[in-house]
Write a protein that binds this ligand. Structure first.
Ligand code: ATP
Ligand code: MG
Length: 665
C-alpha cells in the first residue's frame, strides 16, 4: 500500500459500492486492480476464488495473475479468475451446456471459419457468389454485440440488402446449431441471454463471483457491459478502470460513452480520478495531452509526472520505406551502444501489420533480435490449422467446417464432386457431413466414392474412441502417424527445410496440447477448446518470447504496455490516420490510437515519416500526418534530410547519370 499514492489507496480501499477509476495513460490503473485483488484477499478476507478480474488480452491476464501471486505469496491466489471477457463467457457456457442446448465438445469457430460458412450459405441458398460474406459477417457480429437476435434483425430490416443480411443471419445461426458450434461473439451473448431467462442461474453466478474488477473498461462493448451488470447485480461489488481517450475498439462495438453509461446505471457510483503519471517524461505527456485536446471528451483530465522534462520528441524524415526501416534500426543500434541499454527496451509501433515486414528484414540484416506480436499467428499456419481441424473433428464429429478442411488432406481421393454430393445429401437429411456418410445410399454416390468416405469415417471413429478411451495425447500422435502427415508435408513443401519446420509446428501444437492437459488438469476435449480460444486471442507465441528482443507490434496491441524507448513509424496521412478512417471522417478514433502509441513511451519517443512509399505496385508521395502538426512544435526536433532537398539531389543525380551514359554511348 505504501507504494501507492493517496488517490490510488482510496480506490483500493473503497469497497462500499461500485467504483470507477477514470484516469489517463500510465497513471496506475492496472496497478490499482492488481493491488485491490491482493487487498480483498488479505485485508477483507475474501477468498481468491470469489474474485474475478477481466483484462483485455491473455497476455495481460497472465501478467496480472503473476503479479497478484507474488503480492500474496504462497497459494493465497489459488482459484482467482483473471481472464478475458471471452474466457469468462466460455467458463459460464461450459458449466451451463444443457440449458443452452449445446452438446459436449462444441466447437468454437474463428473469423475464418465463420466467413467461409457464411459464404457457403450465400452460394447455396441465395444463389449469390458469396462476395458479400465479409460485410455480412461484420453485420452479424454487430447485431450480436448489440444483442439483436435473428428474428429481431428480420423484423427491423429495411430494403433488400438488409433483408438478405438478416436472412443470412438466421440461416447462419441454424447452421451453427447444427454443427454444435459457437462463434466468438456467442461467448458473450449466450451467457447474457441465459442470465436474462434464468434468474436462478444468474443468482448462482452472482454467488460465485463476489467481486468483479475490469481493466481497460473503455473498450467493452454493450454485450460485455451487460454481462458485467448482470454478474454484479444489486450488490455493486465492482471496480472498473479505464480511460476514454484510449478507446480504440469502436469497430468491435466499444464506445467511449460507455463510461458515462456506467454513471447512469449505477447511481451510487464513486469516481476516482488519477492524474499523476508514473511512466513518461513531462515532454511526452505534454505531447499526448496536446494531441488529445483536439478530441471531444467525456471527462476532462490532465496528466503530469515528476520524471523530468525529458528529451525532445524526434521526427525523422526518410526518403522512402526502405530508408525508414534502415534508419530505425540504425538509431536503435546507435542508441543502444551509447546508452548501454537492452534490445528489450525498444518498441517499434505501427498502424497496420503489413508495415512490419521491411522493419523485420532490416532487423534481421543487422542481426538484431526482435519479437513480433500478432503477426501471422502460430495458429494461422496451414499445418496447424489442419491438425486443429482434426482435433475439432475428434471432439465434435458434426463440425462440418473442420470436416471439409481435412477430408482430402492428406489426399484421400475425395474430390469436389463427391464432397458436394455428400453436402447436398446432408442438407436434405438435416444432418452433419459425418452423419450423412452413415446414411448415404448407393443412388447418391458412385460406389468408389462412397467406400472412401466410409473408410475415412470409420478411421475417424476409431481415433475418436481411442481418445475418449483415455488414449489422450498418444492417440493424437498416432493419428498423425497413421495418416502420414509428414509425408504429405514433404510433398507439399518447396524444400526439406520447409517441410521440417512445418512438421516442427505440428509437434509444437501437440506438445502444447499435452502441456495444457497436464498443467491445467483437463481432458483432451477441454484442452482443445482452450487452445482454440487462446489461438483466437493470438498469444501462443508470446510465451516463447525471450526477454531481450526489440518489440514489434501494432498500436492496438501495445495497449497497457510500456517501453523505455518507442518508435512510431509511418506518421503519415492515410497510414495514421488510416485512409479508411479519413474517408469515413472518423479521425477521433485515430487520434486516440496515436495517443495510445505516444503514451507507451517512458523516456524517448521518435516518429518516422517517408517522403515516398510504394503502395500496390506504384510509388506515391506521402504527406506528414496531421497529428504531427497537432503536437507542441517546440518539443519536436526534426531529423533527416529535408525531403525536397533530397528529391532535388536525386534528380540532379539522375541528370548526371544520364549525361555520363550519353558520354559513354
Ligand atoms: P495504461 O493506461 O497505459 O494502461 P495504467 O494506468 O494502467 O496505464 P500502470 O500500467 O498501472 O498504468 O502503471 C504505469 C507505471 O507506473 C507502471 O510501471 C507502474 O508500476 C507504475 N506505478 C503505478 N503506480 C505507481 C506509484 N504509486 N508509484 C510509483 N510507480 C507507480
Ligand atoms: Mg493499464
Amino acid at each position: 500500500m505504501s507504494q501507492l499514492n493517496p488517490r490510488q489507496r482510496e480506490a483500493v480501499r473503497y469497497i462500499d459500492g461500485p467504483l470507477l477509476v477514470l484516469a489517463g495513460a500510465g497513471s496506475g490503473k492496472t496497478s490499482v486492480i492488481t493491488r485491490k485483488i491482493a487487498y480483498l484477499v488479505e485485508t477483507c478476507g475474501l477468498r481468491a476464488s470469489r474474485i474475478a478480474a477481466v483484462t483485455f488480452t491473455n497476455k495481460a491476464a497472465r501478467e496480472m495473475k503473476d503479479r497478484v501471486g507474488k503480492l500474496l505469496g504462497g497459494n493465497a491466489a489459488e482459484g482467482l479468475t483473471v481472464s478475458t471477457f471471452h474466457q469468462l463467457g466460455l467458463k459460464i457456457i461450459r458449466s451451463e451446456l444443457k440449458l443452452l442446448g449445446l452438446k459436449n465438445g462444441f466447437s468454437i469457430f474463428d473469423g475464418q471459419d465463420t466467413q467461409s460458412l457464411i459464404k457457403d450459405l450465400l452460394i447455396q441458398e441465395h444463389g449469390s457468389d458469396g462476395d458479400q460474406a465479409g460485410i455480412i459477417q461484420q453485420q452479424i457480429s454487430n447485431w450480436k454485440n448489440d444483442r439483436v437476435l435473428p428474428e429481431q434483425a428480420l423484423a427491423g430490416a429495411s430494403g433488400p440488402a438488409q433483408m438478405l443480411c438478416a436472412q443470412a443471419y438466421r440461416r447462419y445461426q441454424r447452421a451453427l446449431k447444427a454443427y454444435n458450434a459457437l462463434d466468438f461473439d456467442d461467448l458473450i451473448l449466450l451467457p447474457t441471454i441465459l442470465f436474462e431467462s434464468h434468474a436462478d442461474i444468474l443468482e448462482k453466478w452472482q454467488n460465485t463471483i463476489h467481486y468483479l474488477l475490469v481493466d481497460e473498461y473503455q473498450d467493452t462493448n454493450s454485450s460485455q457491459y451487460l454481462l458485467v451488470r448482470q454478474l454484479v447485480g444489486v450488490r455493486g461489488a465492482l471496480t472498473v478502470v479505464g480511460d476514454d481517450d484510449q478507446s480504440i475498439y469502436a469497430w468491435r462495438g466499444a464506445r467511449p460513452e460507455n463510461l458515462a453509461q456506467l454513471q447512469e446505471d449505477f447511481p451510487g457510483l464513486k469516481l476516482v480520478k488519477l492524474e499523476q503519471n508514473y511512466r513518461s517524461t513531462s515532454r511526452i505527456l505534454k505531447a499526448a495531452n496536446t494531441l488529445i485536446a483536439n478530441n471531444d471528451h467525456v471527462f476532462e483530465k490532465q496528466l503530469w509526472s515528476e520524471l523530468g522534462y525529458g528529451d525532445p520528441l524526434r521526427v525523422i524524415r526518410c526518403a522512402d520505406e526502405n530508408h525508414e526501416a534502415e534508419q530505425v534500426v540504425a538509431e536503435i543500434l546507435d542508441h543502444k551502444l551509447r546508452k548501454r541499454t537492452r534490445f528489450g527496451d525498444y518498441a517499434i509501433l505501427y498502424r497496420g501489420n503489413h508495415q512490419s515486414r521491411l522493419i523485420e528484414l532490416a532487423l534481421q540484416q543487422q542481426q538484431v533480435p526482435y519479437h513480433l506480436s500478432g503477426g501471422t499467428s502460430f495458429f494461422a499456419r496451414n499445418e496447424v490449422k489442419d491438425i486443429m481441424a482434426y482435433l475439432r473433428l475428434i471432439v465434435n464429429e458434426n463440425d462440418d467446417n473442420a470436416f471439409l478442411r481435412i477430408a482430402n488432406v492428406p489426399r484421400r481421393k475425395l474430390g469436389a464432386s463427391t464432397l458436394e454430393a455428400l453436402g447436398n445429401f446432408a442438407n436434405e437429411q438435416h444432418c452433419s457431413l459425418s452423419q450423412a456418410i452413415g446414411r448415404i445410399g448407393s443412388g447418391v454416390l458412385p460406389e468408389a466414392g462412397r467406400n472412401r468416405l466410409r473408410e475415412f469415417r470409420l478411421w475417424m471413429d476409431r481415433i475418436r474412441r481411442q481418445c475418449e478411451g483415455g488414449g489422450g495425447i498418444s492417440a493424437v500422435r498416432q493419428m498423425i502417424r497413421e495418416m502420414d502427415y509428414e509425408e504429405w508435408l514433404n510433398q507439399l513443401s518447396s524444400s526439406e527445410d520447409v517441410a521440417e519446420r512445418r512438421m516442427g509446428n505440428v509437434h509444437f501444437l501437440v506438445d502444447s496440447l499435452n502441456r495444457v492437459m497436464t498443467d491445467e488438469g483437463v481432458e483432451l476435449d477441454e484442452a482443445i477448446s482452450r487452445l482454440i480460444l487462446r489461438d483466437l486471442m493470438e498469444q501462443q507465441e508470446e510465451e516463447d518470447a525471450s526477454p531481450d528482443n526489440v518489440q514489434l507490434m501494432t498500436m492496438h496491441a501495445s495497449k497497457g504496455l510500456e517501453f523505455p524507448h518507442v518508435f512510431i513509424i509511418g506518421m503519415e496521412e492515410n497510414l495514421l490516420p488510416h485512409r479508411a478512417s479519413v474517408e469515413d471522417g472518423n479521425i477521433e478514433e485515430e487520434r486516440r490510437l496515436a495517443y495510445v502509441g505516444i503514451t507507451r513511451a517512458q523516456q524517448t519517443l521518435a516518429m518516422t515519416m517517408a517522403a515516398r512509399r510504394r503502395q500496390f505496385g506504384e510509388t506515391i508521395n506521402c504527406e506528414p500526418s496531421r497529428f504531427i502538426d497537432e503536437l507542441p512544435q517546440d518539443d519536436l526536433t526534426w531529423q533527416g534530410t529535408d525531403v525536397d532537398d533530397q528529391q532535388a539531389n536525386e534528380e540532379r543525380g539522375q541528370e548526371t547519370l544520364a549525361g555520363l551514359k550519353e558520354l559513354f554511348a
